[in-house]
Ligand binder design. Structure first.
Ligand code: CA
Length: 369
């Protein structure tokens, strides 16, 4: 009787495609029998340590957790579309999914950098607090909706380094006139203090720096920067990463393809993105120090702090850049309002929880306890 009910209700064709389980509930059978194959285009070189491998991990997780019903295949930068065309490709549906960083798209949506990192902004764990529990994710979805895109947090590198310089930076004057690769609002701020800035994708960095086409570049932190061999082209490696204190990586899904997914597969995508994000932070925490030691001990890299004069000038310029962006763009003003409110709040607990503890640990370490 059950089988006949299915046939009567949905037609013989549907019943026969239902994975050989004619007794299951018809509605579930229909959605679970459908499989999807997605292309994920990325802004990273294929399998690049940490970034490209995070995209692979996400794709494999989704494929496995969905029991193969949603198969995702990753394409590195340039394989299907160039790195900086990922947003457009997923928006128009040339690929179902993308992996990159929101601040690459500030030319399309001036507020996009708030969803990667802004200078002197949130750290990685503070950022996730804003996204998941402070209204950030909802604002991100609102920002991307006109582009037919659904965004997810899908990674975070933790605090980055300030960048590689061919010459030492002993003063603000040493920075002025340099040509540097630095994307996002960090680039706008550098421009404000007299640096010529460019945004070029990761796979072109080494050649640009080595040939002198640029004088300096930021990329990520030791783990990733070692992998690109940037130390062969510049020896001065500066901290802190004032411009990217906890940059979030994004996964984007074409909205039409997202709506096509049954609810359980949507949950798979959502949960796998969050898992990939958490895993990436652990990976960077574990691997950065090892890479930093290789850079200093084996490659003679000089690790230096930016002078206070430089940090102060960058902080002042950040205020001007944020005022300009939020003054010119309504969404940027709305998003910054939320971001700033959260930052003010969270800074107080970060000060007495994380910051005070790290100071205490440093004190204890110095005493040899
Ligand atoms: Ca960076």
């Amino acid at each position: 009787m059950k089988r006949r009910d299915v046939i009567l209700g949905l037609g013989a064709g549907t019943a026969l495609t239902a994975c050989g389980q004619p007794g299951s509930a018809p509605a579930v059978q229909t959605s679970r029998s459908k499989t999807f194959e997605w292309k994920m285009v990325t802004t990273w070189p294929k399998n690049f340590p940490g970034l490209g491998t995070a995209a692979e991990y996400l794709a494999e997780s989704i494929t496995q957790a969905s029991g193969g019903r949603l198969k995702v295949r990753v394409y590195g930068a340039g394989e299907r579309v160039p790195a900086l065309e990922v947003f457009d490709a997923v928006s128009r549906g040339a690929a179902e999914m993308g992996h990159g960083a929101a601040y690459y798209w500030k030319g399309k949506a001036p507020a996009a950098p708030f969803f990667t990192a802004i200078p002197f902004g949130l750290t990685s764990w503070e950022m996730n607090g804003w996204l998941y529990f402070g209204g950030g994710l909802e604002l991100w979805r609102e920002l991307y909706a006109p582009f037919n895109l659904m965004p997810f947090e899908a990674g975070n590198t933790g605090t980055q380094m300030g960048g590689w310089f061919r010459q030492p930076v002993n003063s603000l004057a040493d920075l002025q006139g340099l040509k540097m690769r630095i994307p996002g609002l960090g680039g706008e701020v550098m421009k404000e203090i007299g640096v010529t800035t460019v945004n070029i994708p990761g796979n072109e960095l080494f050649t640009s720096l080595q040939t002198g086409a640029i004088d300096a570049t930021e990329w990520v932190s030791a783990y990733n920067d070692l992998a690109f061999g940037l130390y062969k082209a510049a020896k001065y490696y500066y901290y802190p990463g004032w411009h990217e204190p906890g940059p979030t990586l994004e996964a984007i899904v074409n909205m039409d393809r997202w709506r096509e997914l049954p609810e359980d597969l949507q949950a798979v995508v959502r949960t796998c993105c969050q898992a990939a994000g958490s895993r990436m932070m652990a990976e960077y925490a574990a691997r950065n120090q090892r890479a930093l030691k290789t850079l200093t001990d084996e490659h003679g890299v000089q690790v230096k702090a930016f002078p206070d004069e430089v940090i102060n000038a960058l902080a002042a310029a950040t205020g001007r850049v944020l005022a300009r962006i939020t003054g010119e763009d309504e969404m940027a003003a709305k998003i910054y309002d939320s971001y700033r409110g959260y930052r003010e709040q969270v800074s107080q607990s970060t000060a007495i929880l994380e910051h005070a503890y790290l100071n205490a640990r440093a004190t204890a370490d110095n005493k040899g306890t």
